[in-house]
Design a protein around this ligand. Structure first.
Ligand SMILES: Cc1cc2nc3c(=O)[nH]c(=O)nc-3n(C[C@H](O)[C@H](O)[C@H](O)COP(=O)(O)OP(=O)(O)OC[C@H]3O[C@@H](n4cnc5c(N)ncnc54)[C@H](O)[C@@H]3O)c2cc1C
Length: 436
């Protein structure tokens, strides 16, 4: 196969597919492809997450500005898209609980952030324990932040629907196809697929999730950054617990600068309940199993030791937290006990089935610090999206419109973005909301 494309998007997760959705309505080219190594889109993180359409109360409006804005507008967009396509979207809210006074101070801060990020007074409120008991008698806490503008969905269904829309508008999806090498050849990218075929492209968008940093490094970009992968594991609760609460329950994270959130009590869009995720350090973006982690252990360790990640992994607090997570992976009750602190009725003995684990890849800078926001890198022939973490699925649609607008401003696709209708949305209106 030798083929010339105007643009190749690497990664058929929710981000790459959302970008393809907008381009399929805006482009002047019919030579655009999404390349995905798995046999379906959203096979990795986008189809293995908690499925929440998050309200932006957890995100500092200064430090996580882009994630917060995208999450705020993403909620309305997914709601509208789900109506149009008849896809699952349950407006079921979420409760964030504090276990002590220190945690309640954090909830007060979240209330403020939520409002700064656009939530109305009717969409978020702080309740005392006794107020909460009236609506959720099983929850034990010091105080609770009730967020009514939060929903549950299944992001793999959304991603598949966006792929079908994109395909109808001539975007090509090459599934079961891995990008194994990229070289600049005379002003075009020569891209090797599955170690054998070659295609050419004028421009690349790197939306490769946990591999995005490797792809950037492969073409000499973002060499000062590296990443660490964390496996988020879940346990499924038995049917007798499905009505324990009306709403999903999160607890205030003790160490918000690290990617270790405490496991939540999750009500999925289909009404089943799960506990998770933890965040166990692993050695590959696909490190679901021991064999993959063993295979990647030495190369990943060497990469980390030669980069800023060395400082992070020798940091005492990081080590303690990581050990805690590893313990919660090895011992079911160690994980479930963390949820028992606010839902004491749960008995670990009754929980026997594991859920589907998902992996997040957090970027670390040269000083050994976790980078809080998404990292966007422009190059004359490529665009790279790194550190696209939670609540990335929530914000994928507006964030994709933002990226395309940014590339348009460089004159890359010559799209007529002011007038175009993209499914149920006018492109210019989304860009106006998310900012340029
Ligand atoms: C445990 C967990 C829970 C989460 N919960 C939520 C939540 O409730 N709500 C929310 O909004 N967000 C949540 N997130 C975050 C959200 O899932 C991610 O931000 C989002 O899915 C990232 O999408 P993506 O398209 O960038 O990455 P991915 O879904 O990882 O997609 C990248 C794709 O690129 C492909 N790829 C990589 N390299 C290559 C290559 N060389 N060749 C071809 N293909 C390649 C991969 O196969 C993959 O399919 C959660 C994340 C985790 C880990």
């Amino acid at each position: 196969m030798t083929h010339n494309f105007d643009l190749v998007i690497i990664g058929g997760g929710i981000l790459g597919t959302s970008i393809s959705f907008f381009l399929s309505h805006l482009k002047k080219s019919n030579q655009i492809a999404v390349i995905e190594q798995a046999h379906s889109v959203a096979f990795h993180t986008s189809g293995r997450n908690t499925g929440k359409v998050h309200a932006p109360y957890l995100y500092n409006p200064e430090r996580k500005k882009m994630f917060a804005k995208a999450a705020f507008h993403g909620y309305d967009m997914w709601k509208r898209y789900s109506k149009l396509k008849d896809l699952p979207f349950k407006e079921d809210g979420v409760i964030e609980v504090s276990k002590d006074k220190k945690g309640t101070k954090v909830l007060e801060k979240y209330l403020k952030w939520g409002k700064q990020n656009g939530l109305q007074d009717t969409e978020i409120e702080l309740l005392t324990q006794s107020d909460l008991r009236e609506i959720e008698p099983e929850i034990k806490c010091d105080a609770a932040l009730c967020v009514y503008r939060d929903a549950s969905t299944d992001y793999s269904i959304f991603t598949k629907s966006l792929m079908n829309d994109s395909k109808q508008n001539d975007i090509k999806f090459l599934l079961d196809t891995k990008v194994t090498d990229i070289k600049n050849k005379g002003g075009k990218w020569k891209i090797t697929l599955n170690h054998e075929h070659e295609i050419f492209s004028s421009f690349i968008i790197n939306a490769a999730g946990g591999e995005s940093i490797d792809i950037a490094h492969g073409i000499g970009i973002a060499k000062n950054l590296t990443d660490v992968h964390f496996r988020g594991e879940y346990w499924k609760a038995p049917e007798e617990y499905h009505n324990l609460t009306k709403t999903s329950v999160y607890s205030v994270p003790e160490f918000p600068d690290y990617p270790f959130l405490d496991p939540h009590w999750i009500i999925r869009v289909d009404g089943t309940c799960e506990i998770g995720p933890n965040a166990v350090p692993v050695f590959s973006p696909y490190g679901y199993k021991r064999s993959e982690n063993l295979k990647e252990f030495i190369p990943k360790m060497l990469e980390m030791l030669g980069s800023g990640a060395r400082k992070a992994i020798f940091d005492k607090q990081f080590q303690e937290l990581a050990m805690n997570e590893i313990q919660s992976s090895m011992s079911k009750s160690a994980m479930i006990d963390r949820v028992k602190t606010f839902l004491p009725k749960i008995d670990a003995g009754k929980i026997t089935q594991k859920g589907t684990a998902g992996i997040r890849s957090s970027v670390i800078d040269e000083k050994g610090k976790f980078v809080p926001d998404v990292v966007l890198i422009d190059d004359s022939m490529s665009f790279h999206i790194l550190n696209y973490n939670s609540p990335g699925a929530t914000g994928a649609l507006p964030f994709s419109a933002y990226i395309i607008n940014r590339l348009n401003e460089k004159g890359l696709f010559r799209t007529d973005n002011g007038k175009n209708q993209c499914g149920p949305w006018k492109f210019s209106e989304i860009v106006e909301k998310i900012g340029s």
